[in-house]
Design a protein around this ligand. Sequence first.
Ligand SMILES: [Zn+2]
Length: 348
Amino acid sequence: MQPELSPAAPRDPQAGVGPRTGSLSLPVRPRRLRRTLALRRMVREHTVRVDQLIYPLFVVPGKDIDDPIDAMPGVRHLSVDRLEAEVSEVRRLGIKAVLLFGLPRVKDPFGSDATKPDGAVPEAIRAIKSWAPDLVVMTDVCLCAYTDHGHCGVVEDGVILNDPSVDLLTRMAVAHAGAGADVVAPSDMMDGRIGAIRSSLDKHGLSHVAIMSYAAKYASSYYGPFRDAAHSAPQFGDRRAYQMDPANGREAIREVLLDVAEGADIVMVKPAMPYLDILQMVRNNVHLPVAAYQVSGEYSQIIAAADRGWLDRTTVMEESLLAIRRAGADLIITYFAKDYARMSHHGS
Ligand SMILES: [Zn+2]
C-alpha cells in the first residue's frame, strides 16, 4: 500500500505514481537503488571495517586466571600467562588494536599499584609486544580500579582532588608507555591531564606514544556491567563531580577542544549509542580521529535481549556499529569486535 502523499498524485501505475520534483515533474523513486543486494551495496554510504575496531581486554595479576565476567557474556578476566591465546585469536580475526584495563594486586587510597612498572598492565604490554609486535596496544589510564574508594582520583574529605590526581595519572601513563604501549588513554576526566601527560611522556623520551583522550565522557548508568568487570564501583558518592552531565551537549565540545589544545591525538566520546548527537558534533568540530566507546551496558543489553529472543544479536550488533560510524566515529571500542570480525569473514 503506497501512502497517499498528495491528493493530486497520479494513480495510473504505468505513468509513475508518487511524489514529483517541483520543477521537472519527474517521478522520484529512491527504491530503484534498493532493488537488489548488489545495488544496495554499491550505494552504501558507510561501512564498518574490522581494522576500525578496538577490543578491550581485562588483565588481572596472578597466574592461571581465566574468569568469565557475569554481566558481560563472552568477556573474561585474564592473567598475563593466559593472554596469549586471546591475543592470537584477536590477530587471526584481523583486529588491529586492543585496549587494556588492569586490576591491582592490592587497592589503596592512592591507587599505588597503578604507577608500578611491574603491574599487570605493564607486564601484559611487554608480553603482547613479544608475541605480536604489530598489534596496537592501547591502555586505559585511570585510578578507579586501583583505589580502595573506587574514585578516579585522590580523595580528601570526600572531595576528588584534581591536581594530585593528575600527577598520579601522569606517572601511570609513563609506566604504560615505558613498557611499550603505543597509545595511552586517560579516562578519568580530571582537568588538564592531557597536557600534563603529554609533557611528561615527552620528557621521558616517549614522544612517539600517542594519547587517546576520553574527552567527552559522561556520568552514565550504562557503565554498570563494566564496574563489575573492573571492580571499580565508587564506595561512596558517584562520579558526577568529574564526568559530564548527560544533559549537556555544548560542554562536550568545550572538553574536546581543550584536549585537542593540550595535545590529544585521538578524542573519544563515551558512551556511544545514547550520545550519537555528541559524536556528530565532535566530528564536525575537530580534525583529529574520533573514537566512540560502545560501553558495557550497550553491549550487555543487546546480548540480554538476544538471549530472550527479543532481538537478533548479529544484525543488531551490525546496525549499532553502523550507527556509530554514521554519526562520525572513525574508531569504535567494542566488546563485539571479535563477533563482528567473525561475521565479516563469513560475509554479511
Ligand atoms: Zn576511572
